[in-house]
Design a protein around this ligand. Structure first.
Ligand SMILES: *Cc1c(COP(=O)(O)O)cnc(C)c1O
Length: 376
């Protein structure tokens, strides 16, 4: 069976984890966490990056830093993972779902402005499949309406928009290092702070509401509880695992792009014949091959396709059930205007196996099966 995902492993993970244990430094903010933070800052030209326990907790931190209150509204796409929404809901904000563009599956920047009310505070952009949202337009809207922008770049590590790393364009960026993402630490993530005014508050929220980070830097002589917060920093053991991958980030990225390009080039003919649709990457965007999806005619065909692939030894998966039609989505939010594409497009989408070091033979087999399914 060809798996849909396999967690990345590059070779030095255990060595670094052993080092971490031997140095008796396995709690948060140890040497590996610091190395990862610095690497991410340098590589992405980011003002401040802090590892977190997950992409979800990075989003929660971002929502807390936006100071959301009950009744405030947050604009987001409905076609996304639940975490994008739960982070906002924890602050008691109301969700306002905006339709997606059918080409990139990202929030439709042209439909955002109509959803803005005098209670709107934040726009969350989800860079689906590591392909950027139309950020210039979105940043311009945010500026004109005095809104914050949080980038859910969980899938966008190493992707860029007009040369800028995803996560560094809005007020805050959120990465995930879950095992299904391009770079992993099992469970983990990072928050990018793009305005230095938020650095101190972010440190406090991340560290149980205390100013301990300031204490360690010698800026205060004792540390104390100063604000709300939680425990959002990961064990250095996890950071050690991630460090091995960041060291090989270019190799991982290139390997994934090779698989992505192989799929694209070998399935193009099916698209040209009008049988399937392939992902669209706008020219401003450099992507990280986070996923390869195809779009089929409709839900019935997708169900048949997934069954056919599975019977022939290839696992393919679909997502997401649009949040506005999920029980919690109905309770905590509303869909602004018309759902023109969100439901329809989500029902047609299916993801092919995609992970670091996906075997040549396995991707050939997968492509062969897709072609065979269409009688080629
Ligand atoms: C994976 C993902 C998250 C959550 O990340 P975790 O690290 O699993 O908490 C959030 N948003 C999107 C779009 C994701 O793909």
């Amino acid at each position: 069976m060809i798996n849909f995902n396999e967690p990345p492993y590059t070779g030095n993970e255990l060595k670094y984890m052993k080092e971490s244990v031997e140095n008796s430094k396995i709690c948060g903010d140890g040497p590996f966490t610091k190395k990862c933070n610095k690497w991410l800052e340098d590589r992405f030209n980011a003002q401040k990056v802090m590892l977190t326990t997950s992409g979800t907790s990075a989003l929660e931190m971002a929502m807390l830093l936006c100071d959301l209150k009950e009744g405030d509204e947050v604009i987001l796409p409905s076609f996304t993972f639940s975490s994008t929404a739960t982070a906002a809901v924890l602050t008691k904000a109301t969700l306002v779902f905006v339709d997606i563009r059918p080409d990139t599956m990202n929030i439709d920047e042209k439909k955002i402005e109509a959803a803005i009310t005098d209670r709107t505070k934040v726009i969350i952009t989800v860079h689906y499949a590591g392909v950027a949202c139309e950020m210039d337009t979105i940043m311009d809207i945010a500026k004109r309406h005095n809104l914050k922008v949080v980038e859910d770049a969980a899938q966008g590590v190493m992707s860029t928009y007009k040369g800028k790393a995803l996560g560094t364009i809005g007020d805050f960026g959120c990465y995930s290092f879950h095992e299904t993402k391009n770079y992993s630490m099992g469970e983990g993530g990072a928050i990018v702070i793009n305005n230095p005014e938020y650095n101190e508050r972010a440190e406090i929220i991340r560290e149980k509401g205390t100013n301990r980070a300031k204490f360690f830097r010698g800026q205060v002589d004792k540390y104390t509880w100063v604000d709300y917060g939680s425990s959002y920093f990961p064990s250095d053991l996890n950071a050690a695992y991630l460090w091995a991958q960041l060291e090989k980030a270019d190799e991982i990225n290139q390997d994934r792009l090779n698989s992505w390009n192989y799929y694209y080039n070998n399935l193009k003919e099916l698209e040209d014949k009008g049988l399937i649709e392939l992902p669209v990457v706008p020219k401003e965007c450099e992507h990280n091959a986070h996923m390869f999806y195809i779009k089929l005619k409709n839900l019935q065909e997708r169900t048949r396709f997934i069954k056919y692939m599975k019977e022939n030894g290839v696992l393919t998966v679909f997502h997401y059930i649009p949040l506005h039609s999920a029980p919690a989505g109905e309770k905590f939010g509303r869909f602004d205007s018309k759902d023109e594409f969100t439901t329809n497009e989500s029902e047609r989408l299916v993801r092919l196996p995609m992970y670091y070091s996906l075997d040549d033979k396995d991707r050939e087999k997968t492509v062969g099966l897709v072609r065979k399914y269409y009688g080629e």
